[in-house]
Design a protein around this ligand. Structure first.
Ligand code: DCP
Ligand code: MG
Length: 605
């Protein structure tokens, strides 16, 4: 009962997925239908040659007047022979044209769907990226999409053509002799049952196989992008082992799925052979007792493959169909993944915000785990706020709520007095300049990286912001200055250099809200001093939120917020917090008097 319901559910899903595919053929549907019709026509033509053959045999070979016919009706014989050649040529031409239509329609569809999925993935929120592995997304964008395309052009074509030939042959057989045809069709029900059992058994294997491929890709991707870490820990061998493991896993699953067919193959092959045997026995008997002519028998004989071949190929087709659905469902999954935080990209005119930020009893959870508890504070436009707190206390999570990378669990975050959930997302993010904690640079020139948020940025300004971020001097020392290409993730730069380019990038967009997450942690004190000065003297109005661990960074802020375990435990100016003798005071003493001083219970863990 349970099983039945599950199967029905799946059937529903498959129909749904096929409908989805059909919708996405829009613009190519006509071409695709033409291709399918051509398939049917081309395959039906297969019947004609055996028919001509039958005429030739009956008139010129097996007839009692064969010799007489040969001399008297030579014209007919020549016509029939030419017809055979002509139809063969026609079929070949049609096959060529048909394949082209299938390829075009499916390639066009693939292109459209890929663009759509790419946009879709881009539009996903942070939570999506927290939960989806890059390798898996890559598998969907490449292997799965291509599997679907392959199915659309090749598998569907094979199925349609096999079916058409089968049906056409059976119809033709019926017109010749119904009884003999029924004798042949006796084999159909068992074949159908065996094929069905096989399909059910192999289906989960292909879903599993698809999953293993995705794991293999994930491992490969993580290995390549994490190769520096692997090398640093001399873990190459371990990683190779890990990879081999996944590789073997995948390969075994592949073999297992492919070998299942062998369990059913003997039955179906026997059935395929049985067609010939039945034809020999029943057909031969019918020829002998004069029920059918020798020519008709030869037509059966010439077309019996049209009935037995689909049976032979059923395994390959079923395997491919299972792969097809395993891949298709993955793609449909992306297609319908709705981000909780969606960006409509409405082309409204961007307003420039004042830069007032308010947290009103904000709590926040990652997957049900609360990491920020009931936080309230207000930042006035133009203020500089420093946030400090031990690692894991929730600083990054807190600022992520302002850009709406995540949404609050309760309470609200307001920018210029409006709940961020009510603001247009492009506009909101377009008002915030962020330098994130883990710096990611693109494989592009330094200039291109700094101007990432504003590709129109004039070169003088790029240089100006690089100077503000204390990056200009090291950039000019590089072989090609601002045109130096930095590798993926900023290869070729030191940690502090990367941070400074990221800072220049965040400054260059001149937004009314600037968020710097630990941006100067890797630069020396002197450079930091320079950056502090730049930030104080920015020529545009700007509310600044600076996450930092050094008292030297926080000291000059208008106010300092201290986070501990997701709670706001202290708030005030440098002087006020020192006077309070709490967490901030401890950190201050620790950083100014060196190690050795006792850290109170509030201290860093
Ligand atoms: N956390 C999580 N899932 C994420 C990010 C963080 O479960 N995708 C958890 C880990 C921490 C808590 O949330 O327990 C707070 O993480 P933050 O990144 O906000 O912490 P900080 O920015 O304060 O830490 P650090 O100073 O190390 O950057
Ligand atoms: Mg952080």
């Amino acid at each position: 009962m349970q099983l039945e319901r599950e199967n029905k559910q799946k059937l529903g899903d498959e129909m749904f997925e096929l409908k989805w595919l059909w919708q996405n053929l829009e613009g190519n549907r006509t071409r695709y239908i033409v291709a399918m019709v051509l398939s049917v026509v081309g395959s039906s033509l297969m019947i004609i040659n055996p028919y001509i053959g039958q005429r030739i045999v009956d008139t010129f070979i097996a007839s009692d007047d064969a010799v007489q016919n040969l001399t008297q009706e030579r014209g007919l014989l020549i016509m029939l022979c030419l017809g055979m050649i002509g139809f063969s040529l026609l079929r070949t031409g049609l096959a060529y044209f048909t394949t082209m239509q299938y390829e075009r329609a499916s390639q066009n569809m693939l292109y459209d769907v890929r663009v759509y999925l790419y946009n879709k993935i881009q539009g996903q929120d942070m939570e999506y990226y927290d939960h989806n592995r890059t390798g898996d997304l890559m598998t969907k964008m490449t292997g799965d999409l291509d599997m679907v395309r392959h199915s659309m052009s090749w598998i569907i074509k094979t199925i349609i053509e096999s079916l058409t030939i089968f049906v056409a042959a059976v119809i033709y057989f019926f017109t010749i002799d119904a009884v003999l045809t029924l004798w042949l069709l006796v084999l159909s029900p068992p074949i159908f049952i065996v094929a069905n059992i096989f399909a059910k058994r192999v289906r989960p294997m292909y879903i599993d196989l698809r999953e293993r491929l995705s794991q293999l890709n994930t491992t490969t991707q993580e290995n390549i992008s994490g190769n520096r870490v692997v090398k640093a820990f001399a873990r190459e061998e371990f990683e190779i082992e890990k990879f081999t493991d996944k590789n073997v896993n995948y390969s075994q699953a592949n073999k297992k799925a492919a070998l299942v067919w062998l369990d059913y193959f003997p039955y179906l092959e026997t059935a395929a052979q049985a067609f010939n045997v039945i034809l020999m026995l029943a057909g031969g008997y019918f020829v002998m007792n004069g029920r059918i002519t020798f020519g008709e028998f030869s037509a059966f004989s010439a077309l019996i493959w049209a009935v037995s071949n689909p049976v032979r190929n059923i395994g390959i087709i079923i395997n491919d169909i299972q792969r097809f659905f395993a891949s298709l469902s993955k793609i449909v999954e992306i297609y319908y993944a709705k981000p909780n935080i969606a960006n409509e990209h409405n082309a409204t005119k961007m307003r420039r915000y004042e830069g007032r930020i308010e947290f009103d009893n904000v709590s926040f959870k990652y997957d049900g785990k609360e990491v920020l508890h009931d936080i309230s504070f207000t930042i006035e436009p133009g203020e500089t706020i420093a946030i400090m707190g031990s690692t894991g206390s929730g600083k990054t999570s807190l600022v992520n709520l302002i850009s709406r990378f995540y949404d609050v669990a309760s309470g609200q975050v307001l920018v210029d007095g409006v709940d961020v959930r009510k603001l247009e997302l492009d506009e909101l993010r377009g008002n915030i300049g962020v330098a994130t904690q883990d710096v990611l640079l693109f494989s592009d020139t330094i200039d291109g990286n700094i101007a990432f948020g504003d590709p129109e940025l004039p070169e003088e300004q790029t240089i100006e912001y690089a100077q503000l971020a204390a990056a200009h001097s090291f950039i000019t020392k590089m072989p090609e200055g601002y045109d130096t290409i930095v590798g993926e993730r900023g290869v070729g730069l030191s940690g502090g250099q990367k941070q400074r380019i990221a800072l220049a990038r965040a400054l260059a967009v001149q937004r009314p809200i600037l968020i710097l997450d630990d941006t100067t942690s890797a630069v020396d004190l002197e450079t930091e001093e320079h950056i502090q000065k730049s930030l104080r003297e920015l020529h545009f109005d700007c509310t600044k939120i600076i996450i930092a661990q050094r008292v030297s960074t926080t000291a000059e802020a208008d106010r300092i917020l201290i986070l501990d375990n997701g709670r706001l435990i202290e708030e005030g100016t440098h002087a006020e917090l020192l006077a309070k003798r709490g967490y901030y005071y401890d950190v201050f003493m620790l950083q100014n008097e060196g190690i050795g001083r006792q850290v109170s219970a509030h201290g860093q863990k």
